[in-house]
Design a protein around this ligand. Sequence first.
Ligand code: B12
Length: 352
Amino acid sequence: MAAIEKRIGESIYHQIDQLTNEISALQTQHREDISPKYGLTDAKYREYGRHDLYQLAEALIADNPSQFARYIVWQRSMLKGHQVPDFFVELQLQTEQIVLTKSLPENYQPIILRFLQSARDALGEPDTPYTSSLPVNNSIGKLAAEYTQILLTGDRAVAADLIMNAIKNQMKIRDIYVGVFKPALYEVGRMWQAGLITVAHEHFFTAATQFIMSELYPQIHKNVIKNGRVAVAACVAGELHEVGLRMCADLLELAGWQTFYLGANTPVMSITEITREKKAQLLIVSMCLPINGTELRELITTARSQLGGKVKIIIGGYSISADPVYAASFGADAAATDAGEVAAIADRLLGS
Ligand code: B12
């Protein structure tokens, strides 16, 4: 982690409200052209500006310009899906550049410009069509496609039957989690990003999947031999994506662990307190969005100082999977891309 990049990232965090206000104010002059056409409200402008700054700060702290570039490319694709033209992203970058170079010390400027330029370079690349990645060439892929299609039509009971039948036919819970639910939810994310479905469709899909996971839960404890080990599973404050973490907790239980699954949005102190209270040997944390990186860093630092090195920490989640360099910047004991790996990694860290 380079020192100056980290300092710049931290300065952006410290001034985030003021910087967001300035970016938003500067954009006001362009709003008459853009807003009525594309339905961008003041609140939306502020949200996008703030998100960009968080993402930039995180990329700076991790000294990883391509992370910011990837986010900007995602933003263009998402806005396109919502009928906002590409020039809006360029306008955002321009106003951010003006405000950041004016508000931060002069010696920070070349670095900020380098990060913004890497985003512009990435925008210069042709937009790769973000097509469905649902695997349909094997039986589990076909099941994932069928599950997705059923839930998109809104039939939770039929989707639940489909999964229960697969279990009756000896399909493993682990395969259903990572081979069916995960690609199905990624597909739903893609469809939302492309403007093909609404937030309501996505919420229904996620809630229905969590409902079916609850129905599967009793199956987990059939024939499991407890290994006497304890894990705490949490998402840091601000992180609302909890399904991946829940899969990890369930799969640890399937491997004999006792877990304390805390779910989304948990404050650092609560996580470390319960880890101590339950005498856990393992803390697993899921982070989907880089905007929650500061909380994750704080959690790892606090856990190390309060619990010592004996409690092993494994991190995972969408943004952690996307970039191993970024994942390594948090200083956890291990990072993983898939819930299916968590029990094996825990054994490696703690000795099986
Ligand atoms: C459902 C969903 C939501 C729900 C979450 C509800 C819930 N109860 O969890 C809600 C509505 C809250 C939501 C909100 C937002 N979301 Co959302 N969401 C999704 C969606 C569609 C599915 C998430 C999911 O469950 N995936 C399935 C799980 C299984 O996958 P996973 O988390 O990656 O986990 C796997 C691995 O990463 C790993 N893993 C995960 N954690 C851990 C931990 C450990 C220790 C280990 C070992 C492994 C591991 O194991 C899992 C299985 O292999 C995704 C699409 C996607 N690609 O994931 C978008 C997505 C993540 N969301 C996105 C966005 C932008 C948002 C919002 C910012 C939208 C907005 N403007 O409001 C907000 C942010 C809210 C916040 N503060 O967190 C974007 C992120 C894009 C990006 N590049 O940053 C995505 C990718 C959609 C998209 N394609 O654009 N979202």
